[in-house]
Design a protein around this ligand. Sequence first.
Ligand code: MSP
Length: 530
Amino acid sequence: MTSPVRFALTTPLYYVNDVPHIGSAYTTMVADAIARFHRLRGEEVLLITGTDEHGQKIQRTAEAAGVDPQAHCDQIIGSFKDLWDKFNIQYDRFSRTTAPNHAKIVEAFFKKVWEKDDIYLAQQQGWYCVACEEFKEEKDLLEDHHCTIHTNKKAEWRDEENYFFRLSKYQAQLEALYGDRPDFIQPTSRRNEVINFVQQGLQDFSISRVNLDWGFPVPTDDNHTIYVWFDALLGYVTALLEADDEVDLDNALKKFWPINLHLIGKDILRFHAVYWPAMLMSAELPLPGGVFGHGFLTKNGLKMGKSLGNTIDPFALVEQYGSDALRYYFLKEIELGKDGDFNETRFVNVVNADLANDLGNLLNRTLGMLKKYCKSEIPAFDLATIPPDHPLKTLGITLGDRTIEAYDALNFTKACSQIMELVQSSNKYIDDSAPWKLFKAGEQAEVEVILFSILESVRLAAYLLSPIIPNLSNKIYLQLGFSGDFNHIAALQAIAPFEVHSRWGINWPERTLPKPEPIFVRLESPEEQS
Ligand code: MSP
């Protein structure tokens, strides 16, 4: 027996200075949709998310709250897990950088790089943004040394002895990587940014801090603490350990390494596409499959921020509208890789138009007709007998492959649009073919072709959209009399194998369908709510 294809992916490990914001929810829901698609295809998937808990930013946050940093972290991570549950995110590992296993992995990795002679002590002078946990070039700061990402925060001047990692040594190897593997950094616009940055010449970066307690000590010098980013990136490796594994690097790397995809926001691309591969090259480990840097969300066209007072509370949003509606909007309406806007009215309009009207009403209307014209009975019916030029069959038979291609390219906008095209064509097909007239004229066979081809199209749409709207797909499958649960893919695989159910024209066993129920309740816009 051949072993299943494996696919491992990560979100960033989120800082725990505060409860999760909509940006972290966005990355995590996209990662979940990718993971679900690979699981649907029968692959063995590992979705890693988690939290980045060390460093000055967290230490200061805990100090300000008057609590011990560990107690602070323990308290905040509950809100991340809670939010992921609310968004129906099925992660396999939650990697915490304060987990005891992690200390050993960081130490082992540090030693490999140390023995390679890639670490040395030198003086670090520069402007440090604590919110980014990153040294910044003076030319990259705003007036008065404010950070461009955290515009309300001033970078701090540092002049201290640090350990440095010889990044410059890996310049040529990194350039070769970007040249040999054009997909390593995506999308292309981000890849170009990174290549430009590297071409300007890489400088070694400091990987330790002094006067900072909250972190791991440098194994060779406990006056220093390991830099939070050096520690955090390795959280991806620690996450790969199985519960009963002895904690060492080899065990962590044996099954799911190299990770196929790091999904991150564009602001942390340099760490993942430059520093991280160089660290791995130094440790002589295989490199990940790729890094995808998504865009930033704005609210009503404006940059979001606490200081600007216009953040979006993801908890309130998901409680009000439910996970499927939000997942659909963020995945379809924001092209992955580009910046995107959240406007509540637009969100409600899009979701109502696509999910309530086009999809929900289509199913309801068709089931209503099935009841009236066929007593809700689906006889044994071979969709193969429908001629290939039938409008829904023509679209439907290629949809599976086109959708796989779009999902593989992480183009969720295209995947959703193509699937919705079949749904919209089904609506048009009812209007054009007017089954009510055919029924009156006694053309029962024709009525059946129309209704079954529409139901098959709705089924296929539900199946292919399931990585994005799993709960709604479940409701549709149930209404159509299919068993299986898109939130339990392993069990679903046996009943609805991908190779069969991802294609238009499956075999429908004889059945009587249950009473039609609305599958998606129209959302109220903020204007209607007030
Ligand atoms: N702790 C580091 C990551 C370490 S990974 C080994 C970190 N954490 S973070 O919590 O600050 O950022 C998490 C993610 O949220 C990043 O991918 C970032 O791009 C994303 N976002 C933060 N604000 C965002 C928006 N407004 N819109 C979309 N994503 C944004 O960085």
